[in-house]
Design a protein around this ligand. Structure first.
Ligand SMILES: *Cc1c(COP(=O)(O)O)cnc(C)c1O
Length: 334
């Protein structure tokens, strides 16, 4: 799904056990002042864990902010165009084929005086992923990593800035994580302090009230990922989970994947029957079987399985079982 997603059960249980009385404070984390030492420990631990999990170099700031990630690449283009002094150049797009593949980016097409190159590492709706990052020369690479942060072991040092809404792989909605190379902030006057990463960095994400409870849950999720073996292990498990689903889709006479095979996402897996009525029927049966969020994004239709870090392999196996049953009952209509 494109909205909030599955959280590890053990994280929810830990949060439940601490909900009313956090560390004998007599208060919930929700009631703690963001300036209290208990909350300061939470945000510091969250940052330390994220630095460890993503191997974030020391010359990068980690910010925990409100605001959302809503940008993707089309929006990044239209938003940048609103600023008079910014000249936007689209050097690669797969819009010609409904974003079902990753277009090639050639270094010679990137003006070396550009302020940045923006990408979306995982297209949550269409189900594509950029596995090989474009070579940008000295132009900083900026990425919307909302739907595959902590799922794939990217090298943070390859990016100038990474931003991600927390609600898919990290924690509850309301938190946006920003990882930014120090030399890229504080260079220009920003219209509003709330949009100024320099101010947020100098204030340790506490220029204003940060989304405290979401940061607390994020910290628990980071601990959980560490216990599972870290991001490489997450990537390995996500590859295994997605491979069994892709194998099923590729072997099926009824279901197919609209995405270019080498660009297929391990997190978001759209599939279709090629027949809107059958897609609808399958989605209805999926809901009846307990798959609440299988319907494809409203802009593309069909089905989409979102296999984020916390989605269990048994869930994928249950989906495959349902697909096999549906195919045997409705097959041959493709
Ligand atoms: C879900 C998602 C977002 C979310 O943006 P919000 O403003 O937090 O709703 C942004 N980018 C991508 C790629 C996403 O998948």
């Amino acid at each position: 799904m494109a909205g909030p997603a599955v959280l590890p059960k053990s994280v929810l249980e830990k949060a439940q056990s601490e909900l009313v009385n956090y560390e004998n404070s007599g208060m919930s984390v929700m009631e703690l002042s963001h300036r209290s030492s208990l909350f300061e420990t939470i945000i510091e631990n969250a940052e330390t864990l994220l630095r460890e999990l993503m191997n974030i170099p020391d010359n990068y700031k980690v910010l925990f902010l409100q605001g959302g990630a809503s940008s993707w690449s089309k929006k990044a283009i239209s938003e940048a165009k609103k600023i008079d002094t910014v000249e936007v150049q689209v050097i690669a797009s797969s819009e010609d084929k409904n974003f079902t593949y990753i277009p090639e980016v050639h270094l010679e097409d990137i003006p070396q005086d550009a302020a940045y190159l923006h990408i979306t590492t995982n297209n949550t709706i269409e189900g594509t992923t950029i596995y090989d990052l474009p070579k940008t020369g000295k132009v900083p690479l900026i990425a919307d990593m909302s739907s595959n942060i902590l799922s794939i072991n990217y090298n943070v040092a390859d990016f100038g800035l990474i931003y991600a809404g927390a609600q898919k792989n990290i924690g509850p909605a309301g938190l946006t994580v920003v990882i930014v190379r120090e030399d890229l902030i504080g260079q220009v006057d920003v219209l509003s302090a709330m949009l100024d990463y320099d101010i947020h960095a100098k204030n340790g994400s506490m220029y204003n009230t940060p989304p405290t409870y979401s940061i607390y849950i994020a910290k628990l999720v980071f601990e959980w990922i560490k216990e599972q073996g870290g991001v490489s292990q997450m990537e390995k498990l996500n590859k295994e989970k997605s491979a069994i689903l892709y194998n099923e889709i590729d072997a099926s006479a009824l279901f197919s994947s609209p995405v270019n095979p080498k660009d297929r996402s391990i997190n978001n897996i759209p599939f279709i029957t090629g027949n809107d009525a059958l897609d609808k029927k399958f989605n209805q049966e999926a809901i009846a079987a307990g798959f609440e969020n299988l319907k494809g994004h409203r802009s593309v239709g069909g089905m989409r399985a979102s296999l984020y870090n916390a989605f269990p392999k048994v869930g994928v196996e249950a989906l495959i079982h349902l697909m096999k049953k549906f195919e045997s009952e409705n097959g041959g209509t493709k």
